[in-house]
Every structure is written in C-alpha cells, then in structure tokens.
Design a protein around this ligand. Structure first.
Ligand SMILES: Cc1ncc(COP(=O)(O)O)c(C=O)c1O
Length: 485
C-alpha cells in the first residue's frame, strides 16, 4: 500500500471541494449554527470537519472505503493483520477484546494491575477474572507486570481460562516480557490480549520496548491519544493470527461503540500513521535522546531520583519506555501529590501521575529542548520551595500480602446485586460492590466482588487525606463504602 496516502484526510478535502451539505447530524451544520462565543474559543475549523462518517464523509454504503483503507494502512504500518479505529478510547477497545475472547465460559486470566476500564469490562461482560498477581516491589511500593512464569502458573490453576490479558506498558512505562508470555499462551492454544494503551508509538522505533504484535500477541489495543498524536479518545485495535475470531471481535466492538464516530478523530489517527511511517523513526529517536538527557539532568536536582535501572530485573519489569520519566520525591519528606499540586499552581506545569512518593512526566515526540527546559525549571523551582512544605500526611501502605483482596463473587454479581452503604469502619469483611481506584494511574485497589480488609480501607482513607483522588466510589471521601447487602 502507499503509506503516503491518508484516505480520511483526503476525503475531507474532497468533501470541502465538492461543497457538500448534509441535512443530517451534526446539527451545528459545519459550525453555521454554533454560537459565536463557542467559535471564539474553539474556532470554526473543528466544526467544519465534524461530519457524519457514513452518509456524510463517505456515502451511506461507505462505498469509497475511506475508513477501511485508513485501517488497512494502519495494519500494514505496524505489522498487524487487521486494525480497527475506535473513537471511544482503549476503554472500549479493551472491553471488546475481552468479550471476544472470554464472552463464553472459562473466565480470563487478568493481571491484577489492570486499568479500571478492564474491571469495568469484567463488570458488564460477566467474565470471571482469574487474577494473575503482579510482582510487587515492597520497598518502593510499586507493582511490576506479571512474569511468564506467573502466567504459566495461572493457567495451571485455571486450565479452562479462555486466554490472558496483560497490561504492558504499565502507566509507569514498565513492560512485561510479552514474547515469553505469548509463548506460554500459545503453547496452550490460548490467545494473548495486550492492553497497550500506553504503547501506540512502540512500532515506530526499535529502541523502544517490543511492540505487542511483534512479540506475538493476538490482539492489542492502543490509545493513539496517549503516546501518539490523535485527539483524545482515538484508539486502535490490532489483531493477528487465528486464535481470536475476527468477526466476533468486530461484532463485540459494534455492540459497544457509538453509532456516531468522530471523523475528526479518525482523520487525526490516519494522519498520525502517515507521519509515523514517514518520520516516526527520526521523531522518536530525537524524543528518546531528549528523554535520556533529561533523565540525567533531573538526577542532578537534590533528593529527586529518576527511576530506571531499579525498575528492570528478574523480579521486576522486563523493559522500560524511557519516555516515561518516573521520579521519586520521597527523599524530600513530601509527597508526589504535593509536588504535582505545586507544579500546577506555581509553574503551570501538569505531570501525568502523582502518588504518595512519585510523579511521572510523560515525554512525547512533540517535546523538544524548550519543553524539557520548562520541566527542569519547574522541578528546580519545586526543589527550592519544597523545604517549606508541610511534611506529607502519612499513608498507611499495605504490605504485599495485604494488597490483594480475596475474590468471593463475580464482579458483575457484586456490582448489580442488592447493595448498601456502610461506614468504612464497619466495611472490613464485607464484599465490595464498587470499584475504588486511585487515579491516576487508574489501577483499582478494590474490585466489586472482593472482600474488603482493614489494611486496604486504611490505605485508601489515609490516601484520600493525603491527596489521593478516588473518582469511582459512591462516596469519594470513603466515609462510607458500597457493599453487597
Ligand atoms: C493501562 C490503561 N489501559 C486502558 C486505558 C484506557 O484508555 P483510554 O483513556 O484511551 O480510554 C488507560 C488510560 O489511562 C490505561 O492507563
């Protein structure tokens, strides 16, 4: 295929040239009806190109195949057999993949460090999670993706599991040994799904961790908006091999997705693929150099430790995406929450994740020396100010053996069955009926169907007091917890 084509972008140009007009949604009619106060902020361009995908950009039968061609170009560019664009984020894509693989019986091996969108998929698909325990660094209080042996043992315990789902890279940039995990799955004739939400850029530079399709995964989903250059919510499913039924995957995506996908999102993904094929190696190469230099420079700031080698090893992660610059601030006696809040308030700089002892700066191919300098300046300013911070409120962190709760009910049953709110002090021993997720990074500490323990409740409540954000429980302050009645 000609990778210099961008069929969706070209179709937009054609649409304009032909002076088409639709008596169809969207009702703003290419911005004609949009309030001037909206246009003065957003501009007319986004409205101009916000069209119906079928019966607008393409005809009602999609006879020009713009979307299909853009997806085929994407598949070819990243060595997948099939690619589909989605405009509902990896949050949707991963659910479709789970349902396609494990919608029947047997459950699914799911790494317990999964994102809340995967747990949401368990809740409404009714799939039984067969948890795979991630590896846990108790000193740094950070989890690492499961090893191939962990996955193998999980299959030993659950031979009927329909497949395995692994998150890699993690939101910290740490990666699983996907090649070996794929081999473990395939030895048993089972498919491997990879939630590669943070890995859209991986196919385009060999110095980045191995791309899931190259590692032999059967399905992987990526968020183009995270490490690529799509609009927010742009996501792609990739498929290869014959362990996952292509038609079923497509049908599961169809069940979940919107009937009004955004052409803007589609077109941005199309253009990003072309950009990566033509310039990705050079752009990502520069980003890698920039990030590596930045890592060294940040290390010169007293009490700020950039995590890299310590994240990799036999008992840790297999690989690391160096564009994810994870910094430990604990030597200052203050928290990552305090650092993130200070950087936002005083330097107008946002970081991607903050927890009780870390902040994460995600570098992109769009960054350059000037943005790296901005981050350095902000961090130096924070270091000068940090001695005046109040000491960080203490979070009571659970020990590794306390962090994983016992699963006693199917997440769906616990979520949809009769529930009641109980004071947090009385919730120990009860079965959770809601997710409770420190966000970011978005890994649920509590999944519906798990038996609550004091250690985890204490962790979350002291976390909230220290600045942790819990977006999903009915009572985000966690004074009360929603449990199975
Ligand atoms: C590991 C992981 N999977 C899935 C998602 C969901 O992706 P999206 O925001 O594209 O819906 C996220 C989002 O942060 C994530 O971190």
């Amino acid at each position: 295929m000609d990778q210099s084509d961008a069929p969706l972008l070209d179709a937009l140009v054609e649409y304009r040239k032909a002076n088409r007009y639709g008596f169809t949604p969207p009702g703003h009619r290419q911005g004609r009806g949009t309030d001037d106060r909206v246009l003065s902020v957003l501009g007319r361009e986004p409205f101009h190109d916000d069209l119906l995908a079928n019966g607008g950009l393409d005809d009602r039968l999609s006879s020009n195949g713009y979307l299909k061609r853009a997806e085929d170009l994407m598949a070819e560019a990243v060595d997948a057999e099939v690619a589909w664009f989605s405009t509902c984020g990896s949050s949707l894509s991963v659910k479709a993949a789970m349902m396609a693989v494990a919608g029947g019986d047997g459950g699914l091996l799911v790494s317990r460090d999964s994102h809340k969108s995967i747990v949401a998929g368990l809740i409404f698909s009714g799939v039984q999670p067969r948890w795979v325990t991630p590896r846990w660094d108790a000193d740094r209080h950070i989890s690492h993706p499961p090893s191939p042996d962990d996955v193998d043992e999980a299959f030993e315990r659950n031979p009927d599991a329909a497949g395995a789902l692994i998150v890699s890279p993690s939101p910290y940039g740490t990666c699983a040994d996907l090649e070996e995990i794929a081999a473990v799955c395939h030895d048993r004739g089972k498919p491997l799904i990879v939630d590669e939400a943070w890995g859209a850029h991986l196919p385009f530079h060999a110095d980045l961790p191995t791309w899931a399709m190259d590692a032999g995964a059967d399905v992987c989903v990526v968020s183009v908006h995270k490490m690529g250059a799509g609009f927010e919510q742009g996501s792609v499913f990739h498929l290869q091999g014959d362990l996952v039924d292509q038609d079923r995957l497509s049908a599961c995506a169809d069940l979940l997705q919107t009937t009004s996908p955004s052409v803007l999102m589609y077109a941005a993904m199309d253009g990003w693929r072309r950009q990566m094929v033509q310039h990705g190696h050079e752009l990502l190469g520069s980003a890698i150099d920039l990030a590596n230099r930045l890592r060294d420079e940040i290390e010169t700031i007293p009490d700020l430790e950039v995590l890299d080698d310590e994240l990799i090893g036999v008992q840790a992660s297999h690989d690391l995406d160096c564009l994810q610059v994870l910094m430990d601030v604990s030597a200052t006696g203050t928290s990552g929450y305090q650092a993130a809040d200070w950087l936002r308030e005083h330097k107008q700089v946002d970081v991607g994740m903050a927890d009780h002892r870390r902040i994460l700066a995600t570098m992109s191919f769009a960054d350059d020396r000037s943005t790296a300098e901005r981050l350095l300046d902000a961090l130096r300013g924070w270091r000068d100010a940090v001695d005046d911070f109040d000491p960080a409120p203490q979070i009571r962190l659970p020990a590794p053996e306390e962090i994983e709760l016992e699963t006693v009910q199917l997440p769906r049953d616990a979520f949809f069955g009769p529930v009641e709110m109980v004071p947090a002090e009385q919730a120990c021993g009860r079965i959770a009926a809601e997710q409770i997720t420190p966000y970011p990074p978005g890994i649920p500490a509590v999944v519906p169907g798990e038996r609550l323990s004091d250690a985890v409740i204490d962790y979350l409540r002291t976390g909230v007091a220290a600045g942790m954000n819990l977006p999903d429980p009915a009572d985000p302050s966690l004074g009360q917890i929603r449990v199975v009645a």
